[in-house]
Write a protein that binds this ligand. Structure first.
Ligand code: NAP
Length: 253
């Protein structure tokens, strides 16, 4: 069995723990959390520690703490020449402390403790300093997911920016759509089928092939009537900016 220690008890730490429990080759021998008493970790309490100096000897240490704390936590580890990886989409591998071998194990999904996920379907982006460590991380990743990618720090940054567009920004647009519905006494659920079809479509079509609506058709009368309809300046600006982006992108093709 590959022995691992998870550092952190948040969303990613808990989902990783659940995925590793299902893996036939990974044994989570310990989890570190600053707040041992206030944890919902599905693990025997004798495997949970709040003492960063009492981490057990393992093959890999997974640092799943907030991005801002990765550097500091990696520098607090009181051992050297071990494989230490973080799980962040935006932090470079080199942010990890030099005394250990570095790697990244980034699961590209949005995780909340309360929401179950199917790890087999989640892409895992891995990176390491040497081939042997890469092979170990790949073995672990393939034991919990069917989608494993070799992605370096620069590519991961691009991927993370891209993910902000396709997830966070799109979700914010749902929020605006919901506000507009609420202001006009329309149940937001009416839009659910459209939302699902829009995201399902890009499995078989490229985003540019799937684009519909007044902007791609250059239907200026409809665009102007929408802009007149909107009273909120923020919504107007977003509408104008995205409309221009769709029209300009269409011209590029
Ligand atoms: N959530 C996602 O959708 C997602 C997806 C992919 C990757 N990631 C990455 O995974 C990592 C963890 O994200 P998360 O969503 O799991 O975060 P989270 O739920 O907010 O949990 C953060 C963890 O960081 C610990 N922590 C915060 N400051 C610390 C410090 N100074 N020293 C030690 N531990 C500290 C917290 O410990 P306490 O409980 O003791 O406060 C907690 O266990 C991040 O690098 C994030 O970018 C997140």
């Amino acid at each position: 069995m590959i022995k691992v220690v998870i550092i952190g008890s948040g969303n990613v730490a808990q989902h990783l723990l659940l995925a590793f429990v299902q893996s036939k080759i990974v044994d989570v021998i310990q989890v570190y959390t600053r707040n041992k008493n206030n944890t919902t970790l599905p693990l025997d309490s004798n495997k949970i520690t709040s003492n960063i100096n009492a981490l057990l000897e393992a093959d890999v240490y997974f640092i799943a703490v907030v991005d801002n704390a990765i550097k500091e936590v990696s520098s607090l580890l009181n051992f050297s020449n071990k494989l230490v990886v973080h799980t962040s989409g935006s932090v470079a591998m080199n942010a990890l402390d030099n005394k250990n071998r570095k790697g990244v194990f980034y699961p590209l999904q949005t995780f909340s403790k309360q929401k179950k996920v199917d790890f087999k379907e989640i892409p895992i982006c891995i990176e390491s300093q040497n081939n042997k460590d890469y092979e170990l991380l790949e073995k672990i990743a393939l034991s919990i997911s069917n989608h494993v990618f070799n992605i370096n720090s620069q590519q991961r940054k691009a991927l993370h920016v891209s993910a902000v567009f396709v997830n966070n920004f799109v979700n914010h647009l749902y929020q605006i759509g919901q506000d507009i519905c609420a202001e006009n006494n329309i149940p937001f659920e009416i839009l659910q089928s459209l939302i699902l079809e829009t995201s399902n479509k890009i499995i078989s079509l490229s985003p540019s092939e799937a684009q519909t609506g007044p902007a791609i058709r250059n239907d200026t009368e409809t665009i102007n009537s929408h802009l007149n309809f909107l009273s909120d300046n923020n919504q107007k600006e977003i509408y104008k900016l995205i409309t221009k982006s769709i029209i300009d992108h269409g011209k590029k093709l």
